[in-house]
Design a protein around this ligand. Structure first.
Ligand SMILES: O=C[C@H](O)[C@H](O)COP(=O)(O)O
Ligand SMILES: C=C(OP(=O)(O)O)C(=O)O
Length: 354
């Protein structure tokens, strides 16, 4: 863009590029009536788990990020089979994360950079995301994501059954307002420093009616007024001071929720600072929280596991031809065999509850 000598705005903007409207994209890549009914039902299942009316364990399981949709679909097919096996004890929802919040800089996910080459073709990223969500839904799995950019939900939220607000954005008013208008249950993570109270405050803010700047289905800037989202809970993910999934941490988080007159619903992220980002530690964290649940801690409604076809991760950026298929390009994951064994064992243990 040319900068005019007296210009005082957009000085640091290089380009403005067109996007499809949310309504246009949803018409181009539509959800079927059956998809809509399935998503409505899966959100209702999660609501019942949050409010303690369904004692099954909610497990948000899947890759740290989706970068290869073909490998991602192979993963979804395996997970769908496992979900069917354990469904009486564990309600599995696939992690389908397209937006990555970065500590400094790095690949920001498939929506932002679908070709993984820095070309940042957002219309292509949004199309890829919708198509991939529909292909996961066709395996019979509900989907979970993190909403990071406040404009993204208009393009894909109709296909999502559960969403997270991440550790870096739980304190953000923009994200709390966005959550107040979202149609699915939302988990707020504790902050990267490990503070849980901001997540409790976020639930309070998101449960209220809010008015803020947004976009409408036609893509026009507008004033949005929401009704408030009553289906929110805390996610414990550990922090810079260490892990926070022990019985004492869970009990303190429960007390903070009760003090704020909120439902005592806590989901434990077995990854991130709860495993010191060492993926091989996730099964131990998972087993620990399943035992806490069996010992009577009903506030634990579920868990999150970062899992992929193969364990570990690979550094990125690198030449695309050097990428190993089925291996994360963001945080390290546990591999498929460990995932299946961990969830089967937990289902067996949880069968003692029923
Ligand atoms: O889950 C993903 C990462 O932990 C998060 O996006 C931060 O990643 P970074 O610290 O590598 O930027
Ligand atoms: C970014 C993530 O987590 P957190 O916000 O806890 O760092 C994630 O779950 O992908």
């Amino acid at each position: 863009m040319q900068i005019h000598p007296h210009q005082t705005t957009d000085i640091n903007v290089e380009t403005f590029g067109p996007l499809p409207s949310p309504a246009g994209l949803c018409t181009e890549i539509p959800a079927s009536d059956a998809n809509e009914e399935f998503i409505r039902q899966s959100r209702e299942n999660i609501h019942q788990i949050i409010f303690g009316n369904d004692s099954r364990h909610l497990a948000i399981v899947g890759p740290c990020s989706i970068h290869d949709t073909e490998a991602g679909l192979e993963y979804a097919e395996k997970l769908a089979g496992l979900a069917e096996e354990v469904k009486d004890q564990i309600h599995i929802v696939m992690r389908v994360y397209f937006e990555k919040p970065r500590t400094t800089v790095g690949w920001k996910g498939l929506i932002m950079d679908p070709r993984l080459d820095g070309s940042c073709n957002l219309p292509e990223g949004l199309r890829k995301a919708r198509k991939f969500l529909l292909s996961v839904l066709s395996t019979g799995l509900p989907t979970a994501t993190e909403f990071l950019d406040p404009i993204t939900p208009q393009f894909i939220a109709d296909l999502i059954s559960w969403a997270a607000i991440g550790a870096r954005t739980t304190e953000s008013q923009t994200h709390r307002q966005m959550a107040s208008g979202l149609s699915m249950p939302i988990g707020f993570k504790n902050t990267t420093a490990g503070a849980v109270q901001p997540a409790v405050n976020a639930i309070k803010a998101a449960s209220e009616r809010q008015t803020f700047l947004g976009i409408d289905p036609e893509g026009h800037a507008c004033s949005v007024t929401t009704k408030g989202n009553p289906n929110c809970h805390v996610i414990l993910r550990g922090g810079s001071s260490g892990e926070n999934y022990s019985a004492e941490h869970v009990s303190a988080a429960r007390a903070a929720l009760e003090k704020a007159s909120l439902p005592p619903a806590i989901l434990v992220d077995c990854s991130h600072a709860n495993s010191s980002k060492k993926p091989e530690r996730q099964p131990d964290v998972f087993r620990n929280i399943i035992e806490q649940r069996l010992n009577g801690e009903s506030a634990i409604i579920g868990s999150m596991i970062e899992s992929n076809l193969k364990e570990g991760n690979q550094s990125f950026p690198r030449p695309l031809s050097d990428l190993e298929r089925g291996v994360s390009i963001t945080d390290g994951c546990i591999g498929w065999e460990t995932t299946a064994e961990t969830l089967r064992r937990a289902a067996d243990r949880l069968s003692k509850l029923s």
